[in-house]
Design a protein around this ligand. Structure first.
Ligand code: ADP
Ligand code: MG
Length: 211
C-alpha cells in the first residue's frame, strides 16, 4: 500500500445521521485541504484520525499511515501530529520545557537540549529556551507550537484551522512556515478549514464537505 496518509471509506455517524464520508489519500510531502462550514464535522474527522473520537460518534473505514492501518492503535502510538487554533503552552514553564513534551522520553537530557535549541533556531527563535511563554507574541507562540508538534517526529501532520486566530500579516508568515517545514520533512498534511486563503496556501487538492 502507498506511503502517506490514507482514509479509506471513512464515514462518521452521530446516531442515525451521517456526518461525513471521505475516501482519499495524501502522499508524503503533499497537502490536502478539506473545506466545510462550521459544524460540518472537520474537527470530528481529525479526532477519528488521532484516535480521540468522542463516544457520541461512530466511525467506520480505515486510516493508514505509510501502508499500515492505524485506526486500531491507541492514540499515543499513531505518530500523528496535530496543530489547533489555540495551542496552549503550559504556563509557569519555560519555552524549552514546553518543547520537551514533544520529545520522546527515551532521549537523554543533553541531546534533548540540543534538539530543542536546534528546533528553536530553525524558526528564528534562537535563545528562547528559558523564556516564559507568557512573554511571547502570537507569532512566536505559533512557532513554538509547531516545533512542539514536529519534535514528536510525526509521520503525518493534521491542521485544524491553526491560522484563524492570527492577524492577516502574521497568518501568511506562519502558513508558509508550517507548510515549508512539513514539506522539508516529507509529511503528508491534512488541513481542515473554512478559509479559502488557507486552502490555497496549502497548495494541494481541495475537497469540499457538503452540508
Ligand atoms: P467543525 O469542526 O466542522 O466545525 P465539528 O466536527 O466540531 O465541526 O462538529 C460536527 C458536529 O458534531 C456539530 O454539529 C457539533 O455540534 C457536533 N459535535 C461536536 N462534538 C460533539 C460531541 N462531543 N458530542 C456530540 N456532538 C458533537
Ligand atoms: Mg472544528
Amino acid at each position: 500500500m502507498a506511503d502517506g496518509l490514507g482514509l479509506s471509506n471513512v464515514t462518521i455517524h452521530r446516531g442515525e445521521t451521517c456526518l461525513l464520508s471521505v475516501d482519499t489519500h495524501i502522499n508524503r510531502g503533499e497537502a490536502l485541504t478539506i473545506m466545510g462550514p462550521s459544524g460540518s464535522g472537520k474537527s470530528t474527522l481529525l479526532s477519528y484520525i488521532t484516535g480521540s473520537l468522542d463516544l457520541a460518534f461512530k466511525a467506520a473505514g480505515s486510516v493508514t499511515l505509510d501502508g499500515e492501518e492505524i485506526d486500531t492503535k491507541p492514540a499515543h502510538l499513531r505518530q500523528i501530529g496535530i496543530l489547533f487554533q489555540d495551542d496552549l503552552l503550559f504556563p509557569h514553564m519555560s519555552v524549552g520545557a514546553n518543547l520537551s513534551f514533544g520529545l520522546d522520553r527515551s532521549i537523554p537530557r543533553v541531546e534533548r537540549k540540543d534538539r530543542i535549541n536546534a528546533a528553536l533556531d530553525s524558526v528564528g527563535l534562537a535563545g528562547f529556551f528559558d523564556r516564559d511563554p507568557a512573554t511571547l507574541s502570537g507569532g512566536q507562540r505559533a512557532r513554538v507550537s509547531l516545533m512542539r508538534t514536529l519534535l514528536s517526529d510525526p509521520k503525518a501532520l493534521l491542521l485544524d484551522e491553526p491560522f484563524s486566530r492570527l492577524d492577516q500579516d502574521l497568518r501568511q508568515q506562519v502558513r508558509e512556515l508550517v507548510f515549508n517545514h512539513a514539506k522539508a520533512q516529507s509529511l503528508p498534511v491534512l488541513l481542515v478549514t473554512h478559509d479559502m486563503d488557507d486552502a490555497q496556501a496549502a497548495g494541494g487538492a481541495i475537497l469540499r464537505l457538503d452540508r
